[in-house]
Every structure is written in structure tokens, then in C-alpha cells.
Write a protein of this length. Structure first.
Length: 298
């Protein structure tokens, strides 16, 4: 579901002709174009045709991530820029916070690299279901070492439920199976686990993908709003009006998001301008949509 943030018409690269074989027990030494078999299918590493330092990662045919090897503060995907803007509004870089972040969904670890560069004292954990992919990403890209950045192989909900309460400032849900997030990561019960893991003032962020009917987005918003006292949604106007497939960024917290005018200006100033909805608009958008729950008996 990821949409790139530069002008339309930019090439995303052609499919590579063959499979790259990596000897068992090793990891690649830097990025090499090609298709790689992973535990959950295959992924394709494609050079960015317009950026000699850029690489695109497709997972099972779906565009997942972009990495600029020379500049970790460059985010090519619009929704990642929206997330970074929201996070920096709560924790300005100049305050040098020791941010504790949990990323549910790994991909190429684009946001984790960004936050390491923006917050050098941050401690981050990236949860990736596919162990082979996690190993490849470590070999392809210049990722910070543990304890600054840990890659934990596991299922996102199980890992979240295992964590000590109040030990994370930021949780980012960016997990997809096809075009949608697996349902166990979208329920009220899961959101309550995430809320428990957050420290006071923490933020839960969800990348919610949907079709123009916005049924999934409304249910996601209703469930997050039922869990958190304060919410926001960030998306471009076409997505908010149900005119295209795409992504909405939803966030919840125990503290208000302030209506920061600097954040609103930053979102409008990107290559794909975005609007931010405050809590009242989020709840109006979600009105009438069902709150998701785990199946009875789980």
C-alpha cells in the first residue's frame, strides 16, 4: 500500500531476471539487485533509477520500503514522512530525548534508520515476522547495532503482549498481509496491550491502508478512538474524501496532540500535502463504525 512521495511518473525499477543465491548461514555484504527467497515468500531489491544511493524493496510483489544509503533522514514514502513529523512534534529533535520505540513490521527499517539519525540516543526494537528477511536487511543496509537498534524475529502481537508495561514511548504498527493489516493487530484488545506498553505521554501510530469506500479505515479509527483518549488522523485530501486507494496515519495517546500549527504547516509542505484531523474530526469520521474485537473465546 505504500505510495512514494515524489512526482508521478518516476520509475520504480524493472523486475530483475533471476534469483540471488545467498549461501546458507551467511548474509549479503551490501545490496545486490535481484529476487531473494525469504521465509514468507520472496522479496525483490531494486535500485532507485533516480537516486544512485537509493534502493526499493518489494515483498511478495508489494512495494514495502525505500532506503537512501547516504542519507537516513531522507524518507521517500509519504506516510513515513507524516509519521516522522508527528513524532517530532511531540519530541522535538533539539530536546535530544532518549526515545524508546517499538516498530511492528520491519521491511527495510527505513523509519528506524531515520529515528536513529534524528534521535541518536534512541533505543529501538523492530519486530519482523520473516527471519530470513531480517538477516538480509542487516546485510544490505547500514543499520545501527544493538542496543541502539534490535531486530527481533517474531509475531507482532505476541511480542507486544510480552513486553513490560510503560517501557515504550512510541509504537508504530506498519504490518500488512497484502493490502490490509492482519485483523489480530487491529482489535480493541490488541490496542489495549499496546496502550499498556506505552509510557505516559506515549504515542501509538497505525498505518491504515484502505480502498475508497474507507470501511476499513473507519473501523480502525473507531477502535483506536475507543482505546485512546486523544486521537489524530493524517492523510492527503484525496484519501480523506475516499477518492483513491492509499494510507491513513492514525495515532492515539493519553495526552492531546496540541493542534501544533508547525506540524500542520510541515504536513502541507511535503511533495504530497496532507491534512491532519483532530480528535473531534476523527470521532466524527468513525461514528457508526463497529469497534473491532478478538473472536469470542480467544
Amino acid at each position: 500500500m505504500a505510495k512514494r512521495g515524489r512526482a508521478a511518473g518516476r520509475s520504480t525499477g524493472k523486475s530483475t531476471p533471476g534469483v540471488v543465491e545467498v549461501p546458507k548461514g551467511t548474509r549479503p555484504d551490501g545490496p545486490v539487485e535481484g529476487v531473494y527467497y525469504i521465509d514468507t515468500g520472496d522479496c525483490e531489491l531494486v535500485p532507485d533509477q533516480d537516486n544512485s544511493n537509493g534502493w526499493l524493496l518489494r515483498i511478495n510483489g508489494v512495494m514495502s520500503s525505500h532506503i537512501d544509503l547516504a542519507d537516513p533522514l531522507f524518507l521517500d514514502f509519504e506516510y513515513m514522512r507524516w509519521i516522522s513529523a508527528l513524532v517530532e512534534s511531540r519530541w522535538p529533535r533539539q530536546s535530544k530525548p532518549k526515545l524508546r520505540a517499538l516498530h511492528l513490521g520491519g521491511g527495510a527499517c527505513s523509519l528506524a534508520r531515520y529515528f536513529h539519525a534524528a534521535y541518536p540516543d534512541a533505543r529501538q526494537v523492530v519486530v519482523e515476522l520473516d527471519g530470513k528477511l531480517a538477516g538480509y536487511v542487516r546485510g544490505w543496509f547500514d543499520l545501527p547495532k544493538a542496543p541502539l537498534l534490535r531486530l527481533r524475529v517474531g509475531e507482532a502481537r505476541e511480542v507486544t503482549e510480552s513486553l513490560t508495561p510503560h517501557t515504550r514511548d512510541l509504537i508504530i504498527r506498519d504490518v500488512f498481509a497484502g493490502s490490509l493489516t492482519p485483523r489480530p493487530l487491529t482489535t480493541r484488545e490488541f490496542n489495549e496491550h499496546a496502550k499498556q506498553v506505552l509510557a505516559p505521554g506515549g504515542i501509538y501510530v497505525a498505518n491504515s491502508g484502505d480502498a475508497p469506500d474507507l470501511v476499513n479505515a473507519r473501523e480502525d479509527a473507531a477502535t483506536i478512538a475507543a482505546t485512546f483518549e486523544h486521537t489524530v488522523i493524517i492523510a492527503d485530501p484525496a484519501m480523506l474524501k475516499g477518492r483513491r486507494y492509499g494510507n491513513m496515519i492514525m495515532a492515539g495517546s493519553d495526552l492531546p496532540f496540541d493542534g501544533d500549527p508547525g506540524l500542520a504547516r510541515r504536513l502541507l509542505g511535503g511533495a504530497v500535502p496532507a491534512h491532519i484531523w483532530d480528535d473531534a474530526k476523527v470521532r466524527a469520521f468513525a461514528a457508526g463504525a463497529p469497534v473491532r474485537h478478538d473472536p469470542s473465546g480467544d
